[in-house]
Design a protein around this ligand. Sequence first.
Ligand code: G3P
Ligand code: CA
Length: 269
Amino acid sequence: PGTAQAADGTGRQVVIAHRGASAYAPENTLEAVDKADELGISWVENDVQRTKDGALVVIHDNTLSRTTNVEQVYPDRAPWNVRDFTAAEIAKLDAGSWKGAQFAGARIPTLHQYLERVDRNHQRLLLEIKSPELYPGIEDQILRQLGRDGWLRHSRVKHRLIVQSFSADSVKTVHQRRPDIKTGFLGTPAVADLPAYAKFADQINPSHTTISAGYVDAVHALKGPHDKPLEVFTWTVNDTANAVKAIGFGVDGIITNNPDVVRDAVDAM
Ligand code: G3P
Ligand code: CA
């Protein structure tokens, strides 16, 4: 067992609702956060980007097309990049109907709204800095917002927050600015390169399709910046068979659209 299991106090893998409970509610909305909570899932993952006028918003894709009605509302604004719209324009979009009529009117939350909801639910946040190369300085901006919303208080940093990115530079920046924050690098670095990542990342978070028990062992063999063994949170595992496989590899956490399914697999082990 890895350290996350011990840290969670359950002796089992941590289950993280990917973009919220996104199999059941529109991804990266407050509705998806609440759905995870309803299912009894304490960890939620999200993706943070920035609007034209500098607001931090929670959305996965770099464009608004797939998960909102932007093409109807603003037909002349192709290619509908998040960064080309103001926060007020984005707030008008329906980010729920694509997932089902019952979600009509769901909004793209600002990071502030998202943090408030996660806190209200007493949940924990795996925050992804998405495409930081498009948003210079977004790391500092996210840290300022986390601070304003109380997420940099000691107890929250210790137990309820992890910041991750596919960008090693972004993860490094967060680690340099706030060495107390737990960080994750998204990807599957070569084993020989892992020691370099262990200088600034507490977790190596790979796609489940890229790992083996040997790889997880190699990650666990290293200590991260907080002098604890590196952890592995793997993604995106949405069915029992792959959950059982990942658990067998010894991962510490499983990021999933179907957190109830994965939780049941973890509980059954
Ligand atoms: O948290 C891991 C996972 O979210 C990374 O991939 O594309 O869903 O952001 P993606
Ligand atoms: Ca993500």
